[in-house]
Design a binder for this molecule. Structure first.
Ligand code: ADP
Ligand code: MG
Length: 319
């Protein structure tokens, strides 16, 4: 089972940023209002994600680390309409198989917290307020071949920060803080969507973009589409979410490229933040272990709706 978990880890855990993404997903699913990420050596030596969510009862702590054990869905029907970030129950097991992992958690009405060490299985009393901290140390310590693929600490740190940024854009109702070796790297306080975009991407992106608000059939598209000025400054600002989940989808990227073709003559990459909401049964998020790819039931309709939403936004007279 250790081997199976390590193989799964190869699909889920590529670098510290993948661990950060999975742990923040879990904190959000736990209903956290505040999430703090602490990193050492770009996350290679340590990643700690703390939340003030619902916590894990002590008797369920060992289950959290078991492969395919998820508390989030109980039936195939629920999988069809999944609304949580996680549902596969493999992230923690995979992470624990390639690191030194510990969980410290205290549910709402528990008199104290418990700490579970993944390797030894030891369960001990611990001190913390309501919520959960997951500690992941020495990533890939037992798989030197994988560890060799990691880049410099600075590069791993910037990927980890980007992973939190993706979550932060989608969840302005949650506060985020990122610390690296005792220094505050980023802090995003709870805010409106508009304010969070300015905090995360800079006020200039908001100034140089137009609001998208488009509804067609089972789809609603919100966000901001950057004007050509925004592309010049910020070609890396390309964020697409499907039902709150950050995705990299070829179909959507293509629709966006063609919507932008007329406005951005030449090579420039458009900048945008788009939140696509669609009835959960019309999209399959269980396509890829990291859930970064999705499959739409009516892909043609999705393509044309995204394209129309952005074209219409960009065609509006300035003002
Ligand atoms: P999944 O998120 O797909 O269910 P994970 O391996 O990421 O699988 O997590 C396993 C289980 O551990 C979750 O289903 C949840 O019950 C519990 N869990 C993990 N992280 C947290 C957290 N931060 N707060 C509360 N419960 C958590
Ligand atoms: Mg998860």
């Amino acid at each position: 089972d250790e081997l199976v978990s390590q193989i799964a880890a190869g699909e889920v855990v590529e670098r510290p940023a993948s661990v950060v993404r999975e742990l923040v997903d879990n904190a959000l699913d736990a209903g956290a209002d505040q999430i703090t990420v602490r990193l050492v050596a770009g996350g290679i030596r340590a990643i700690v994600v703390e939340d003030d969510g619902c916590g894990i009862p002590p008797e369920e702590l060992p289950l959290a680390l078991k492969r395919h054990a998820t508390s989030k869905i109980g039936s195939l029907a629920e999988l069809e309409g999944v609304t949580t970030m996680g549902f596969r129950g493999e992230a923690l097991a995979a992470i624990a198989s390639v690191s030194e992992t510990a969980i410290v958690s205290r549910p709402v009405d528990a008199p104290q917290a418990r700490r579970l060490d993944a390797r030894s299985g030891e369960l001990q009393p611990a001190a913390r307020g309501q919520g959960t901290s997951i500690e992941v140390r020495e990533l890939f310590f037992s798989t030197p071949a994988r560890r060799k693929f990691l880049k410099s600490e600075a590069t791993e740190l910037s990927h980890a920060v980007e992973a939190v940024r993706r979550h932060a854009l989608a969840r302005p109702d949650v506060g985020f803080a990122i610390w690296h070796e005792g220094k505050l790297v980023e802090q995003w306080r709870r805010a409106t969507h508009e304010q969070r975009m300015a905090d995360v991407l800079g006020a200039d992106f908001v100034d140089q973009s137009r609001p998208v608000d488009f509804q067609a059939g089972p789809m609603r598209i919100l966000g901001r589409a950057g004007l050509p000025e925004a592309a010049r400054n910020r070609s890396d600002h390309q964020y697409v979410y499907v039902n709150g989940r950050y995705v990299r989808d070829k179909l959507i990227q293509h629709a966006l490229r063609s919507a932008y073709e007329d406005v951005l003559h030449g090579q420039r990459q458009p900048a945008y933040v788009l939140f696509i909401d669609i009835e959960p049964t019309r999209v399959d998020v269980n396509v890829h272990p990291t859930k970064i790819e999705v499959r739409f039931r009516e892909s043609g309709e999705v393509y044309s709706t995204v394209r129309r939403a952005v074209e219409r936004t960009l065609a509006l007279p300035a003002g």
